[in-house]
Design a protein around this ligand. Structure first.
Ligand SMILES: Cc1cc2nc3c(=O)[nH]c(=O)nc-3n(C[C@H](O)[C@H](O)[C@H](O)COP(=O)(O)OP(=O)(O)OC[C@H]3O[C@@H](n4cnc5c(N)ncnc54)[C@H](O)[C@@H]3O)c2cc1C
Ligand code: SF4
Length: 327
């Protein structure tokens, strides 16, 4: 396997263009994908020599631009980032293991491949590997989607995408044309052939976050099949912007979930119902109704019906934690 390590973004893009090469950041997923045949054997362009992809820059308005090579661990250990974007910091601290968080990067996390065991077993072909079917649908899909958006049934694996969706963040992409892509548009649940919309010749340069909201209360919770080193069955990130520096009623809210669909999802109905909720008090019947309506979003596969209740229970627990009224 050929590995090159450019030091300039332009050189990295040139080495990716038309060569079939793959970009590598922390390598925690790409290495496994190459070993398991998820991606064809290909030259690797190691991005870690490109200093322009590193670091956090703060704009005059207080918003942050987080370089793609920023380690996942830094999102929670950098005090200014954690203070400005608490739901993102909580999500980063909860995912994977300390070893993975210390190696994995923000860009690699957003662009990692899904965890479907058919995809990761070279004995199977499927839509994602050039085939024309989804063996998981007729086979074992216990960890599959419950909100069915298209032919592939594997939930999106990126926890950071859930939190970044809750913040309305976007990513800066370099390639044949430079573009900004909202995190909400970085994934297409109807396309069964890939897990994100970037071309392999493109490089995710940075994540752009909005101006932080003073008085934000936040939470991140996940339901898992084992206590650590596992992707969640369902995960939820909640942001509540409250009056009186966090002590007063909710002024605006944002709720995003993962583990349930091909893409991370916003739950606007739950968010709207949370406006005027009072920190320290249990959510009212409007929130109860919005949580009950989540079942209408669901279209479970034969083995994923358990996620219908798990979705509303996980969101409820995350909401209660953000309000500070959890038992
Ligand atoms: C035990 C375990 C548990 C885990 N649990 C979770 C979890 O709960 N939630 C979660 O989100 N993740 C989880 N992970 C996955 C882990 O977070 C990812 O493997 C990691 O974030 C990938 O980052 P990386 O920098 O190593 O990416 P790499 O492996 O280097 O790359 C991943 C993919 O992104 C592409 N890529 C990387 N950087 C760029 C870039 N800047 N521009 C364009 N393409 C790029 C690569 O080509 C590759 O396809 C877990 C992993 C393990 C091992
Ligand atoms: S199409 Fe998706 S769910 Fe089906 S086998 Fe492939 S990765 Fe798994």
């Amino acid at each position: 396997m050929t590995i090159t390590k450019p030091t300039e973004l332009g050189a990295a893009l040139a080495q990716l263009d038309g060569t079939g090469a793959r970009p590598r950041a922390g390598g925690t997923d790409l290495t496994a994908c190459l070993a398991a045949g998820v991606v064809e054997p290909a030259p690797v362009v190691d991005l870690t020599g490109v200093d322009d992809l590193r670091g956090v820059a703060w704009a005059g308005d207080g918003s942050a631009r987080v370089g793609a090579l920023t380690r996942v661990a830094e999102l929670s250990t950098d005090p200014r980032l954690a203070d400005a974007y608490p739901a993102l910091a909580m999500t980063a601290a909860a995912l994977a293991t300390p070893q993975v968080r210390g190696t994995a990067t923000v860009g690699g996390n957003l662009l990692q491949r899904n965890r479907c065991w058919y995809l990761r077993n070279p004995a199977f072909d499927c839509f994602q590997t050039g085939g024309d079917s989804c063996p998981a649908r007729s086979g074992d899909h216990l960890y599959g989607v419950v909100v069915d958006q298209g032919p592939c049934a594997a939930p999106h694996p990126s926890s950071l995408a859930v939190a970044l969706l809750a913040y309305g963040a976007s990513v800066q992409v370099a390639g044949q044309r430079e573009r900004d892509v909202p995190v909400a548009a970085l994934y297409d649940g109807t396309d069964p052939t890939r897990d994100h919309v970037l071309d392999p010749r493109e490089v995710l340069v940075a994540v752009e976050l909005p101006v932080p909201s003073p008085g934000e209360r936040a939470s991140y919770l996940r339901a898992t099949g084992r206590s650590r080193a596992e992707w969640p069955l369902v995960e939820a990130a909640v942001r509540l912007v409250c009056a009186s520096d966090g002590a007063g009623p909710v002024v605006s809210a944002s709720v995003a979930v993962g583990g349930v669909a091909r893409t991370p999802l916003l739950l606007p109905g739950v968010a709207e119902a949370l406006v005027d909720a009072v920190p320290g008090s249990a959510p009212d019947e409007g929130v109860d109704a919005a949580l009950a309506e989540l079942a209408d979003l669901c279209d479970p596969l034969p083995a994923t019906g358990y996620k219908v209740d798990l979705l509303s229970a996980t969101v409820r627990a995350a909401v209660e934690q953000a309000l500070g009224c959890a038992l």
